[in-house]
Write a protein that binds this ligand. Structure first.
Ligand code: ATP
Ligand code: MG
Length: 574
């Protein structure tokens, strides 16, 4: 392709609302363009990257025995009502009506549709296992679209669904997809970790995320260097060591604590450590007020709370001041588990039951109560673990210190079990003539998110550094001065010959200053660069790689060898 007649609207300035490098660079390099919040188009260079990622995904899915098809993005309400997700998906689901007032949604994911399709076709155990996938546009009205195509409202996903006869089959299918994803991310050159994920909203009992490591990532993960434990922050089990205390239970005592509404205030006032306090957090969910009591030195994990309550996260809300006053009789900051008023559902993290002589909110403005003990002074529903993991926590498997890191979730895989097959009636007849429910798995890769994750890992201050395997073009040939006949001729010749040899080449034949061309090629990140300049008459050009930007002079007839060598180094065929 010739840049003189290409569509590559690069931007000189950083876009104002772009917070992270991939977002900035993809916009600036003219790879993507914003229409409205969370809605992007993929411009020619960006779309070539997307197609390369898609093809790698496709090849590995095919190799793993999954079969490609394409379903509609529009689905009728009834399908989603059958599984309860018409409501449970909440405000993230784009809903619409047709001219007859029938309701539809734009698919945020496709478990219902695939299950419905399979149920109408598959009847016998002989037809199982089966694994189908599609690469398709998905729609989610994200609460906070951000980071460009990382959290968009329209995005490209590869979603696959497996259908098996039994648990063992489902485990196998899950492992096959896991292996396929290992291959995909190795080929995409993404540094990643696989961690246990939360499967609450999706259903089922086991899930993993593939997380591309990036400082800018929204996802917080923990892992252990001593064993194989790794999980998202939401999922990670918190080991909070409280030996069942043998301390004597002292008498409760009201203490005047004016304006002490935070744990920090209280630590100062009482001059003791945070772990002597219990926090009471007030929420509203399921039409009632829920008070959650956790150790004072920890944060609540809302995902664990939602899972316990069996509600989607959008149905959990912090209570407002008015509700807090109603149930505690006191201002915010003075709520405690002793003597709450009216009907309140009291949940207690299990660690609280082992702690002695706690200080809690007094349910009276400006008062706390000392020496409060579970069982004697209050009781509630004891929940094993409601805490958020923190720096310094230990591994629940081996007890070593956990490491925390950040990343971008690029994959989520789930063992769904019978959740969807039972609600939609996806059954088969087994070898004994008995009717059984199929066991399912679902496997999603964020294709467009992967593009951004690659940029997060591969860039410098000048722009993107595409790994050769996904680069929009392999080589850029820059003619320094297009008015120079010799340069022009040689540039055209190299362009023709490389293109004929199957190399993907961009020819910068624009009538622009050399500096502009050099900046653009750094920005758009084409891996191999040939500069045709003053030495064109001697059949000498400059050769450089985007990753180190070091120019060396080489004779023209060495170009192809160098390119071949680079392909070999990257494990790619030309
Ligand atoms: P997140 O926790 O980031 O919201 P999710 O758990 O909702 O992700 P899944 O429903 O598992 O995501 O979707 C499968 C994959 O689709 C994700 O791993 C991610 O790569 C991609 N994805 C999900 N939401 C978006 C989005 N808003 N924009 C771009 N890609 C997305
Ligand atoms: Mg999401």
């Amino acid at each position: 392709m010739r840049l003189s007649n290409y569509f590559m609207p690069t931007l000189r300035e950083d876009p104002a609302d772009a917070e992270i490098m991939s977002h900035k660079l993809l916009l600036r390099a003219g790879m993507i363009r914003l229409l409205v919040s969370g809605i992007y188009s993929y411009l020619p260079l960006g779309y070539r990257v997307i197609r390369k990622i898609e093809n790698i995904v496709r090849e590995e899915m095919d190799r793993a025995g999954s079969i490609e098809l394409l379903m509609s993005a529009i689905m009728p309400k009834e399908l989603w009502e059958a599984t309860g997700r018409w409501d449970n998906f909440g405000p993230e689901m784009f809903k619409l009506k047709d001219r007859h007032e029938r309701e539809f949604c734009l698919g945020p994911t496709h478990e219902e549709y695939f299950t419905d399709l399979i149920k109408s076709v598959i009847k016998s155990y002989r037809q199982l296992p089966l694994n189908l996938y599609q690469i398709q546009t998905k729609y989610r009205d994200e609460k906070r679209p951000r980071f460009g195509v990382i959290r968009a409202r329209e995005f490209i996903m590869k979603d696959a669904y497996s259908f098996d006869r039994d648990e063992e089959g489902m485990e196998n299918s899950y492992q096959q997809m896991w292996d396929a994803y290992d291959n995909i991310f190795t080929r995409l050159r993404l540094k990643y970790r696989v961690v246990e994920g939360d499967s609450g909203a999706m259903g089922g009992n086991k899930s993993h995320e593939f997380v591309a490591m990036a400082e800018s990532g929204e996802g917080l993960i923990v892992y252990c260097n001593n064993c194989d434990y790794a999980a998202t922050d939401e999922k990670a089990k918190v080991v909070y060591n409280v030996e069942a205390s043998k301390e004597e239970e002292l008498d409760m005592e009201k203490v005047h604590t004016p304006n002490a509404t935070t744990i920090e205030d209280l630590v100062e006032l009482f001059n003791i450590e945070k772990n002597n306090f219990a926090k009471a957090l007030v929420y509203e969910a399921l039409g009632e007020t829920i008070v959650v009591v956790i150790p004072g030195d920890r944060e609540l994990n809302e995902t664990k709370l939602c899972n316990y309550l069996k509600i989607p996260s959008h149905e959990l809300q912090m209570a407002d001041e008015e509700t807090i006053i109603k149930i505690s009789g006191a201002a915010k900051g003075f709520t405690g588990p002793v003597g709450l008023k009216g009907h309140v559902r009291l949940l207690v993290d299990s660690r609280i039951t082992k702690m002695k002589n706690l200080i809690v909110g007094g349910n009276q403005t400006d008062y706390h109560i000392k020496n409060v003990n579970y069982g004697r002074d209050f009781e509630g529903e004891v929940v094993d673990d409601l805490l958020m993991i923190e720096e310094g926590d230990i591994c629940p498997k081996c007890g070593e210190a956990l490491v925390m890191d950040r990343g971008i979730e690029v994959v989520n895989i789930f063992q769904l079990g019978k959740k969807y097959s039972s609600s939609l009636g996806a059954k088969y007849i087994d070898e004994n003539g008995e009717e059984k429910l199929m066991l399912m798995g679902s496997y999603g890769v964020g294709v467009s998110r992967c593009m951004a994750a690659i940029v997060e890992q591969y860039h410098d201050e000048y722009g993107i550094i595409w790994p050769l395997v996904v680069a929009p073009y392999h080589v850029i040939v820059t003619i320094v001065n297009v008015k120079d006949e010799k340069q022009r001729e040689l540039g055209e010749k190299i362009y023709r010959e490389l293109t004929d040899a199957g190399v993907e080449v961009l020819l910068d034949d624009r009538n622009e200053r050399a500096g502009v061309k050099f900046n653009d090629r750094d920005l758009i990140g084409i891996p191999i660069r040939i500069t045709v300049g003053k030495k064109a008459s001697e059949n000498t050009v400059e050769y450089s790689l985007r990753e180190d930007r070091e120019n060396i002079e080489i004779p023209v007839d060495e170009i192809m060898d160098r390119i071949k060598r680079k392909f070999e180094e990257e494990g790619l065929k030309l």
